[in-house]
Ligand binder design. Structure first.
Ligand SMILES: C[S@@+](CC[C@H](N)C(=O)[O-])C[C@H]1O[C@@H](n2cnc3c(N)ncnc32)[C@H](O)[C@@H]1O
Length: 168
């Protein structure tokens, strides 16, 4: 086994792009750490997301620290700034350790879903959760309280795409 060449990666990416049709977006509610935002942009760009909604004071493209982890991908995905989560169109799926949330792998993601993530310090507020149509969480068999928000976003984006590909 050896690593793919750049040409092989480009060809594989093209093939996966043809198999990827569902609109999928993320909404970041009041994230404070620009490095997390940049990481989320990078995964969003890799997995072909439609848009990144920046809700409230979440830092966005143009900030040097977002660029540090985004590496330019922050300009390759549409960014939409909104004042409130309720302005984000589509089925809003909270990615949160919320009461009543469903383990992510048991949830049926669909075209048009928007994955909603909360702040590093406080998570999603009760009003943000109320603005969501469903909630999912990553089960934690370890003894840790929560994931880093960029990691939780990555797992959710991948699970949504995985389900789309598995259904083909
Ligand atoms: C570090 S966590 C927030 C923790 C916060 N101190 C609290 O107690 O709510 C930041 C964000 O990551 C996401 N997150 C972290 N762990 C998660 C999990 N196991 N399942 C789903 N989302 C998770 C959520 O969106 C959460 O709002």
């Amino acid at each position: 086994m050896k690593a793919m060449t750049t040409t092989q990666i480009k060809r594989a990416n093209r093939d996966w792009r043809r198999r990827t049709d569902r609109s999928l977006s993320v909404a970041l509610v009041s994230l404070s750490n620009p490095f997390n935002v940049g990481s989320i942009y990078r995964t969003a760009a890799v997995l072909g997301l439609e848009a990144v909604y920046l809700v409230g004071a979440t830092p966005g493209p143009g900030e040097a620290k977002v660029h540090k982890t985004g590496l330019g991908t922050e300009h390759g995905v549409e960014t939409v700034g909104v004042a409130a989560l309720a302005e984000v169109p589509g089925r809003r799926v909270a990615v949160e350790l919320a009461d009543g949330a469903v383990p992510m792998h048991e949830f049926a993601f669909a075209a048009g879903d928007v994955l909603v993530l909360g702040s590093e310090g406080h998570g999603l507020s009760p009003s943000s959760l109320a603005a969501c149509d469903a909630a999912v969480y990553v089960p934690q068999p370890g003894k840790v309280a929560s994931l880093n928000v960029a990691m939780a976003a990555t797992l959710a984006m991948y699970e949504a795409r995985r389900q789309e590909w598995a259904a083909q």
